[in-house]
Design a protein around this ligand. Structure first.
Ligand code: DAK
Length: 258
């Protein structure tokens, strides 16, 4: 039987995924990403799940892609095998929201994995960086693209070119991190945020996520039109009727996610 590197649990309507490869600070191999992808796909297809939390240990969210595994590869090896392609690339098509709950190191592919989530809640000991330059390579999983979008060109260049780490306060000031909490509060805070999201109408949540992500990929004109059409479309849902009726009747809505 293959070793398990991802713990999968549910908490109400929240799917909880925990990277579990402590000997190497949750270094990300193809096996880890395959397991993570399969678990996320299972939650994607589960009507009882409305949001997910992805976390690691209190020492490391993930210290990057597995350097030992990569060390001996040649260009032809990585090119022909599309090394670190495949399910790594497919992860970004997840439609339900994923919160990254980050404590400790989020470096290289670990920082990129956290950035690929919808937002980051970080513990006070979290440290972020793209240290690939120190290994003679560059970020290859979105670091040169998502980091500048999150923190701006100046800080992204600083981090990518020097390989230095930033602490959680710098990361929060720069816009990479949504909330900072004490280490011992991290999981509860992320699970509560995910439970709040999962209590909303799922079609509205998925459209909101798609619209925000669209803002990074299309012109303002196109994105505004995309947003407006999605807004219009939500008037076809039962949840829009329920949500607005509940407000009028001064009660909590009972969303059915359709
Ligand atoms: N890979 C493999 N092993 C790692 C590792 C990593 N990234 N990070 C840590 N480890 C291992 C260490 O080798 C050590 O193993 P033993 O010696 O005990 O056998 C163990 O974890 C504990 O680490 P340390 O002893 O080093 O612990 P410290 O607290 O002293 O230091 C550290 C923690 C995080 C500062 C240090 O471990 C470190 O600098 N780690 C490497 C960080 C790094 O350079 N990360 C970037 C890797 S390159 C792509 C997808 C992804 C990527 C690229 C393309 N595609 C889809 C195309 C990503 C690339 C990368 O992430």
């Amino acid at each position: 039987m293959n070793e398990s590197f991802v713990k999968v649990e549910t908490r109400g309507r929240v799917g909880l995924l925990t990277l579990d490869r402590p000997q190497v600070l949750n270094a990300l191999s193809n096996e880890v990403i395959d397991q993570l992808y399969d678990a996320i796909q299972a939650f994607e297809g589960d009507d009882n799940i409305g949001a997910m939390v992805l976390t690691g240990s209190s020492k490391a969210f993930a210290a990057g892609a597995d350097i030992s595994a990569m060390a001996g590869w040649s260009y032809m090896d990585v090119y022909k095998a599309d090394y670190l392609g495949g399910k790594w690339e497919d992860l970004r098509r997840t439609r339900k929201p994923i919160i990254a709950a980050v404590a400790g190191y989020a470096l290289g592919g670990g920082c990129e994995l956290a950035m690929q989530c919808d937002f980051i809640i970080a513990a006070e000991n979290a440290r972020f960086g793209q240290p690939e330059i120190k290994l003679g390579v560059i970020p290859g999983y979105g670091g040169t693209q998502r980091l500048p979008r999150a923190v701006g060109k100046a800080k992204a260049m600083d981090l990518v070119l020097t390989g230095r780490m930033m602490d959680v306060h710098e990361a929060e000031r720069a816009g990479l991190v949504a909330r900072i909490v004490p280490v011992e509060r991290l999981l509860d805070e992320a699970l509560e945020a995910a439970a709040t999201i999962a209590s909303m109408s799922l079609p509205a949540v998925m459209m909101a996520k798609e619209c925000v992500n669209r803002s990074f990929e299309a012109t303002l004109d196109e994105s505004l039109l995309f947003e407006r059409r999605n807004f219009h479309a939500l008037f076809a849902t039962e949840d829009q009727k329920e949500g607005m009726q509940a407000f009028v009747e001064k009660r909590q809505p009972d969303f059915k996610h359709r």
